[in-house]
Design a protein around this ligand. Structure first.
Ligand SMILES: [Zn+2]
Length: 301
């Protein structure tokens, strides 16, 4: 039922709070309602359709208890529409757009987008392998009074794309040898077949007996040599830049990594028919966090 979600299914299946709640209950408790406090399965319903009472420890709870859905006071239907729009729109959805569509304040929409975005992460991603393209780009920080080549106000993002596979993106402080090599070690398998990059000197030395390193000499206008190119990762950059138009200039640099996670999540799940369900599942399993906690520096990933 949650496979290949589309807007009509969304309207049919989630027409009421009860319908949304039942889906969340199935996702949270696939083996039956369980007390979040003592894990007992001996549970009574005390108010029709909403509150449960644990027969072992007398804790009263709902499917929202201890989840991000609890404190928001937003109808589940609005959460569901927000999740649907964020996973199905290729370029993502801005808080402004969500505020209009859901008829909620900008602040609420901003909270929703950030909370959902935070669920769009993978804890221990598999290292990329086979043929992987690596590249860097600058985003944000447009200034009118400086020339086109000015980079001082911009943020550097590094990305790796496995051909026909997944992507990994990350904000970095500077594109030095140390930083780029660390990124590559973290995200690419030790025995990967090849890494393709541009001719930025900091990439030198990433080859070893297992890994072949090929470069295209962008500085000499060479873009493709046989199958050596960085076109896939460059397509990701154009997708990133289009999705940041209209939203990034309003959001601080500290949230850019979260944007990158969101883009990764959508891209890496592009063939997943259960993307909507899987995102809901991540949301219900992530702890709850208030608006205040979200905007404090400790969460500024
Ligand atoms: Zn209990």
């Amino acid at each position: 039922m949650l496979k290949n979600m589309n807007i009509l299914k969304l309207m049919d299946k989630f027409h009421s709070e009860d319908a949304c709640r039942e889906v969340l209950e199935d996702l949270r408790w696939p083996d039956g309602v369980t007390c979040p406090r003592c894990q007992s399965k001996s549970i009574s319903r005390i108010r029709k359709n909403d509150i449960y009472d644990c027969n072992s420890c007398r804790y009263q709870f709902s499917v929202k208890s201890g989840t991000i859905f609890h404190d928001s006071h937003l109808p589940l239907r609005k959460w569901f529409v927000a999740v649907f729009l964020m996973v199905e729109s290729r370029k993502g959805v801005s808080a402004n757009q969500l505020s209009r569509v859901l008829h909620v304040s900008y602040k609420t929409a901003w909270y929703l987008t950030h909370r959902i975005r935070e669920a769009m992460t993978v804890d221990n991603p598999t290292p990329l392998s086979k043929i992987v393209e690596v590249d860097e780009t600058w985003v944000g920080g447009k200034r009118k009074d400086v020339g086109h080549g000015y980079k001082g106000n911009k943020t550097v993002v590094v990305g790796a794309v496995q051909r026909n596979g997944e992507i990994r993106l990350q904000v970095i402080d500077e594109r030095t040898r140390e930083v780029l090599h660390e990124f590559i070690k973290k995200h690419i398998a030790d025995n990967t077949e090849a890494i393709y990059t541009n001719d930025w000197p900091a990439y030198k030395g990433i080859a070893d007996e297992d890994i072949r390193h090929e470069t295209v000499n962008h500085s000499e206008n060479e873009w493709v040599r046989g199958d050596v190119h960085t076109n896939y990762v460059e397509n990701i950059w154009s997708l990133l830049k289009r999705s940041l138009v209209g939203s990034y200039h309003k959001v601080s640099k500290k949230h850019l990594n979260a944007y990158l996670d969101e883009l990764e999540w959508r891209f890496n799940n592009r063939d997943n028919p259960y993307l909507f369900r899987d995102t809901l599942l991540k949301l219900i399993k992530s702890g709850n966090m208030t608006y205040g906690e979200l905007i404090t520096p400790s969460h500024s990933t």
